[in-house]
Design a protein around this ligand. Structure first.
Ligand SMILES: [Zn+2]
Length: 179
């Protein structure tokens, strides 16, 4: 439970993001960043995406956002940090990799948070509310058990047979949350 304290004077920012469910344990994974696992009951802390590379390798100098000096994440002038979208609309603008084992939800961000055009890059993050698609639960009922480990509300988002519209389903889910 280290690092899982929110300073009293700082209200976490709540933003939106996607996760995918890990195959074996059903826990949340990032879609990028080597599918990093989000541990239940433990804040995820950002690491610079370039921490594990050989910074003297000249080829990295051509990578967008690369910074030669090691630094805590997120940093201005780099692209590191835990990403989340400012709104569901902004999140929808991102590419969906297929809805199989996809989770969408809200995430609390705190520590150092760098705002961007559509969202944020944060130092610390933890899920705040999760929405799982009905089809995912139907295929694997154990998913709800796995997600209960995060001790946050989990909503089941219905998907209509045949024509499944993720946007429509999400809009409905969001309405039920906002109410
Ligand atoms: Zn960085």
């Amino acid at each position: 439970m280290t690092d899982f304290t929110v300073p009293d004077s700082v209200t976490p920012i709540v933003a939106w993001r996607y996760w995918r469910l890990g195959g074996a344990d059903g826990l949340l994974r990032s879609l990028t960043g080597r599918h990093q696992r989000w541990e239940p009951g433990q804040a995820l802390r950002a690491r610079c995406r370039f921490d594990d590379v050989d910074r003297t390798d000249w080829r990295y100098r051509m990578v967008s956002g690369f910074s030669v000096d090691p630094h805590p994440a997120p940093a201005e002038g780099c692209t590191c940090g835990l990403y989340a979208a400012r709104s569901l609309g902004a999140l929808r603008g991102q590419m969906l990799f297929g809805l199989n084992r996809m989770v969408v939800g809200q995430v609390s961000l705190w520590g150092k948070v760098i705002p961007g055009q559509h969202g944020y890059r944060a130092e610390f993050a933890y899920p705040d509310r999760l929405c799982v698609f009905e089809g995912v639960i139907n295929r694997d009922p154990g998913v709800l058990d796995a997600l209960s480990a995060y001790a946050v509300p989990v909503e089941i988002v219905g998907n209509r047979q045949g024509v499944f519209s993720p946007v429509l389903a999400l809009t409905r889910a969001i309405r039920s949350i906002v109410r």
